[in-house]
Design a protein around this ligand. Structure first.
Ligand SMILES: C[S@@+](CC[C@H](N)C(=O)[O-])C[C@H]1O[C@@H](n2cnc3c(N)ncnc32)[C@H](O)[C@@H]1O
Length: 212
C-alpha cells in the first residue's frame, strides 16, 4: 500500500498538481454526505485506498496523515466485502459537482441534500415526457404552465417524501426555512414545532407523539 501510494503521489506531483487528499473508505469512518462531497470537490485531486478483509493498517493512515488531509469515510451503516464500491460512490458524488461535468451547472443546487439550505429536504417525485405512459398520466399541475403552483406542488411533495423517508431531517430543519404554506403542509403531514427540543437542535416533532 505504501509503495502504491508513493508511486501515485510521485506521478501526481510530476504533473504539477497541487496536493491531494487521501480518502480511506471504512465503515468506521465519518458518514459520507452531500456536504462532504462538496468539500472534497474543492480538493485538487483525491487518492483512494479501498481495502479488503480487516481494512488497511493504521500505520499507513497515520503516515500519510503527516503529508496530506486524510478523510476516513463510510458510505453507510453496513459492511461491504471491499472498498471498491465505496470509491465509486464517492467518485460519482464528487465528480458531478466539478465544473463542466453536468450540462446545467445549477442542477445540483435543487438536489436532495443540497447543502447551505436551512431545510435539507429530499427531492419529490420526478416526471418527464411523455405526458402519458402506459395509461399513466402526470399530475395536472405540472402541465399547467403556472410556475408558482408547480413550485408549490414540488415543495409539498418534497415535504411529504422527507417526512415519510427521513423524519430525522425534518426534525432538524430550522423553522425559519419554512413559510406559512410549508407549515400548513407539515401540519397536514402530522408535524408541529417542538419548543422543548430546540436547545437540542430538534425543531419539529410528530403530532401523534411517536418517536422517530
Ligand atoms: C470487510 S470491510 C472491513 C470491516 C472492518 N473490519 C470493520 O468492521 O470496520 C473491508 C473493506 O471494505 C470497505 N468498506 C466496507 N464497508 C464500508 C462502508 N460502509 N463504507 C466504506 N467502505 C467500506 C473498506 O475499504 C474496508 O476496509
Amino acid at each position: 500500500m505504501g509503495d502504491a501510494l508513493d508511486s501515485v503521489l510521485a506521478d501526481g506531483y510530476e504533473s504539477g498538481s497541487r496536493g491531494p487528499a487521501l480518502i480511506v473508505p471504512t465503515p468506521s469512518g465519518r458518514p459520507f454526505t452531500q456536504e462532504l462531497a462538496v468539500e472534497l470537490s474543492e480538493r485538487p485531486w483525491l487518492i483512494f485506498t479501498p481495502a479488503r478483509y480487516e481494512g488497511i493498517d493504521r500505520r499507513v493512515v497515520d503516515e500519510y496523515a503527516t503529508r496530506m488531509p486524510v478523510y476516513e469515510v463510510s458510505i453507510g451503516d453496513y459492511v461491504l466485502a471491499g472498498g471498491e464500491a465505496a470509491v465509486l460512490v464517492v467518485t460519482e458524488a464528487v465528480a458531478r459537482l466539478l465544473p463542466g461535468v453536468l450540462g446545467n451547472a445549477e442542477s445540483h443546487r435543487d438536489d436532495s441534500f443540497a447543502p447551505g439550505a436551512m431545510a435539507s429536504l429530499l427531492e419529490g417525485p420526478v416526471h418527464t415526457k411523455p405526458p402519458q405512459w402506459r395509461g399513466r398520466g402526470i399530475p395536472d399541475v405540472l402541465l399547467s404552465g403556472h410556475h408558482g403552483k408547480i413550485a408549490r406542488w414540488r415543495r409539498d411533495e418534497a415535504l411529504r417524501r422527507t417526512t415519510a423517508h427521513r423524519p430525522d431531517l425534518i426534525e432538524r430543519c430550522d423553522p425559519k426555512a419554512f413559510d406559512k404554506k410549508d407549515r400548513e403542509m407539515l401540519s397536514i403531514l402530522g408535524w408541529e414545532p417542538d419548543p422543548a427540543g430546540q436547545p437540542y437542535g430538534r425543531f419539529w416533532r410528530r403530532t401523534d407523539g411517536m418517536e422517530q
